[in-house]
Design a protein around this ligand. Sequence first.
Ligand SMILES: Nc1ncnc2c1ncn2[C@@H]1O[C@H](COP(=O)(O)OP(=O)(O)OP(=O)(O)O)[C@@H](O)[C@H]1O
Ligand SMILES: NCC(=O)N[C@@H]1O[C@H](COP(=O)([O-])[O-])[C@@H](O)[C@H]1O
Ligand SMILES: [Mg+2]
Length: 386
Amino acid sequence: MKILLLGSGELGKEFVIAAQRIGQTVIAVDSYENAPAMQVAHSFEVINMLDGEALDQIVSKHKPDFIVPEIEAIRTERFYDYEKQGITVVPSAKAANFTMNRKAIRDLASKELGLRTAKYEYATSAEELQKAVQEVGIPCVVKPLMSSSGKGQSTIKTESDIEKAWQYAVAGSRGDVIEVIVEAFVNFDSEITLLTITQNGNPTLFCAPIGHRQERGDYQESWQPALVSEKDLYEAQDMAEKITEALGGAGLFGVEFFLTKEGVYFSELSPRPHDTGMVTLAGTQNFNEFELHLRTILSLPIFEITLEKAGASAVILASEDSTNPTFTGIEKVAALPKTDFRIFGKPTSRPYRRMGVVLSHDTLSTPINEVTERAKETAKLITVNS
Ligand SMILES: Nc1ncnc2c1ncn2[C@@H]1O[C@H](COP(=O)(O)OP(=O)(O)OP(=O)(O)O)[C@@H](O)[C@H]1O
Ligand SMILES: NCC(=O)N[C@@H]1O[C@H](COP(=O)([O-])[O-])[C@@H](O)[C@H]1O
Ligand SMILES: [Mg+2]
């Protein structure tokens, strides 16, 4: 089968490796050359994926069987047409299109499906943001409608933060829409990602919950299994099933939840492998999240998903701009037991850009915070140099 991968970062790279292992052909696409997934794909294309004509051109050039989006900032409106042409958009054109824009997915979750979410409003100017903040209350979180990994996201703690939150959101917006969502700050006890696998005609499958900690709206460590009460897990699974069913198609989704004393809040979801799900590269499951996504897309049966180990991932971040980033400390990490690492091969660095992850694992009876602490401390041994 021929797969057109739209987005070629670290998540795409692992997906391509999984696809290569079972003999699939992948064309990796991104906005810059030598992106991580391009390094392992059969061929590549460099285009602006928000440009519908450029997208149409490569789709007609390659005539893929599958289009697999790997990022959100794509002219996803075109996907409906590709579906009509007989190409399978993964997981579905609707899923990719709705999740590209926080408004579409949030209104679907809250208004149509009645899932519990933080109180929210939208704003298209600094003045509207003033009003929206009054509605949802302070503290609140402001995010561009189109962004990911926390880009353009900030928390308003006092009224004097409103103007700079607007400016920051506009500057961090990835797409071509200048609008923000303002969400009441949810004072959660913990947050989780529930990897949810929808299979056409077969029952939805769930992986063991993944816990994570975020800074600046971007994940720092993730661990599996996260300790979640049976009641909360049931609620989260029920919400994940409802929203993935409404989006349609087959594939792996990363559904994000906040766990609070008042119950579970739906936050957002990725219709594709999730960054926090990189913990599955530590061998926590019989299939990692990339293999599960691939199997589902190809309609290959997944007999069962088993939890094999306790695992954790901790990010390796750059601190400076560089066109030739190098790494030190790798041999120290390599010398440690029950530890592994991935360097993504991003050709350039910038402050806080994720360049790699450290992975640690242990027996299922090991306290998960120990495994996580180990990954976190180990990641500090690697430095990105410019
Ligand atoms: N309403 C909220 N209340 C409290 N914390 C929040 C809220 N919204 C977001 N956060 C925090 O910010 C993090 C990132 O938010 P969110 O997932 O919406 O951003 P994102 O840019 O889509 O990130 P990614 O693409 O990496 O998933 C959340 O995981 C959570 O830690
Ligand atoms: N939370 C979404 C996420 O983790 N996406 C992953 O990061 C890449 C972009 O990284 P970059 O900004 O360093 O190019 C994306 O291509 C994807 O693999
Ligand atoms: Mg998120």
